[in-house]
Design a protein around this ligand. Structure first.
Ligand SMILES: Cc1cc2nc3c(=O)[nH]c(=O)nc-3n(C[C@H](O)[C@H](O)[C@H](O)COP(=O)(O)OP(=O)(O)OC[C@H]3O[C@@H](n4cnc5c(N)ncnc54)[C@H](O)[C@@H]3O)c2cc1C
Length: 412
């Protein structure tokens, strides 16, 4: 395929956000010409995708997101890599109080009897990029976008590739920036970001267990910080779960330096025995945590999606799910639209898209931002509040249903 010079819509970044949006545009807006520019090389179909999104993490994909993947025809391919979540057990370490949320009690918040499913990012990458290779989205990779110039009629991108020494350009009517957290392109466009540094890190690894997880996910709030243990498909005879352990940077460093046996001891002490004996721990990866929100998510001829628009605390497993709903909202807003015909109409559409996404974003960001610090605090007031919250979750149907709905990623 020859290199495009002009498209209706260009996406910068082929991570989880950019690749998902491109698939939705191919599905819901087949008349739009779309290009996706990714600075790293993409492999042949089926091979692992070496992009930051598709590393050794696992993603809790909420029921609402599974429904979207199903609409895109991807669920049959994803199913083989997915461990269902049928129960979520929320508890406060050291206190007897705990709350269990199940798929059966909330039909609205489930997909095929699940509250969600956990899929390793390394499996998600080849499925998303394999599906993209079968669409008419024009993939430019490696293609590093260095400069963007916005105009009345769209945007002009200057990009370069490792595979040749030349400078390339592409003009587009609508530009979608999906280049990740701390986006240099957003800075270049003068889009400011509000940032709260949680001064914590997420330690991520795969844990081997003696017994089956029975499709349960655990959210446990310890005095060090919140911890999530998520079911994974069994591999080589080993029962596996994905761990996200949030702790202060110093504690994370100390934990990362431990031997496997000592790490497992610490983890078992912090988590308890509800999931059984932990027998193996994989390599630890550590991620700095912040809440990072772009002050603007759209302008004339421009939209931001994914981590460059909002980067959330990962323990509630909401970041990608929220992004997927944003992308779905954008693809629905653009369905049937001729971007060439009228730029005033395009501005109205983006305004409608922004308005339509506001409440879900506010609730999801609030849920991810406020719950972990509340549970992490040893302050008696916070402790009282979270125990009242857990008690409410155990007893009050509307609260349970709101929590399950939010956890299952149906948004609003
Ligand atoms: C520890 C952890 C656990 C998480 N767990 C969950 C979970 O369970 N559930 C959930 O919903 N969410 C989860 N998330 C959130 C999820 O990982 C993010 O939503 C997701 O990574 C969003 O990716 P992105 O595509 O926006 O950004 P990125 O993955 O950073 O992708 C950006 C892409 O843009 C490319 N790029 C950058 N600059 C340029 C340029 N100038 N030109 C061309 N290409 C460029 C990069 O190479 C990269 O491929 C978790 C996050 C963390 C940190």
């Amino acid at each position: 395929m020859s290199e495009p010079k002009r498209v209706d819509l260009a996406i910068v970044g082929g991570g989880m956000a950019g690749a998902s949006l491109a698939l939705m545009l191919a599905h819901y807006c087949p008349r739009l010409s779309v290009a996706l520019l990714e600075r790293q090389a993409l492999p042949d179909a089926g091979a692992s995708v070496q992009l930051p999104s598709f590393d050794t993490r696992a993603t809790a994909v909420a029921a609402g997101s599974l429904q979207i993947f199903d609409e895109l025809g991807l669920w049959p391919q994803l199913r083989g890599y997915a461990a269902p979540i049928e129960h979520i057990h929320v508890s406060d370490r050291g206190r007897a109080l705990g709350a269990a949320l199940t798929a059966d009690e909330q039909e609205r918040a489930s997909f095929a009897g699940m509250l969600g499913a956990v899929i390793e990012n390394a499996a998600l990458g080849p499925v998303l990029h394999g599906a993209l290779a079968r669409t008419n989205v024009q993939m430019l990779a490696p293609a590093q976008v260095d400069a963007v110039q916005m105009s009345e009629s769209g945007a002009q991108l200057a990009w370069r590739s490792d595979s040749d020494s030349g400078e390339h350009s592409l003009s587009t009517r609508l530009l979608v920036v999906a280049d990740g957290v701390d986006s240099p392109l957003c800075r270049q466009l003068g889009i400011e970001t509000e940032r709260i540094d949680y001064r914590q890190r997420a330690l991520v690894t795969t844990i081997g267990l003696e017994r089956d997880h029975r499709n349960r996910a655990y959210e446990r709030f310890t005095d060090d910080g919140p911890m999530a243990l998520l079911p994974l498909p069994k591999r080589d005879g080993l029962h596996r779960m994905a761990l996200v352990w949030t702790c202060a940077a110093g504690v994370a460093e100390e934990l990362a330096a431990l031997s496997e046996a000592r790490f497992l001891q610490r983890l078992q002490r912090a988590f308890g025995w509800r999931a059984g004996r932990m027998v193996r721990a994989g390599a630890l990866q550590s991620y700095p945590l912040s809440l990072s929100l772009a002050r603007e998510q759209w302008r004339r001829n421009l939209v931001l999606v994914g981590n460059c628009a909002h980067f959330l605390h990962p323990v509630a497993g909401q970041g990608f799910n929220l992004t997927l709903r944003d992308c779905y909202g954008l693809a629905q807003a653009l369905a049937g639209v001729d971007l060439a015909s009228n730029s005033t109409r395009q501005l109205d559409l983006l305004q409608e898209y922004g308005r339509g996404r506001r409440l879900d974003q506010q609730l999801t960001i609030g849920f991810s931002d406020r719950i972990p610090p509340l549970f992490a605090s040893a302050n008696p007031l916070a402790r009282g509040l979270r125990q009242a919250g857990l008690l409410g979750l155990m007893l009050a149907p509307p609260l349970r249903s709101g929590f399950v709905g939010q956890a299952a990623g149906f948004g609003l």
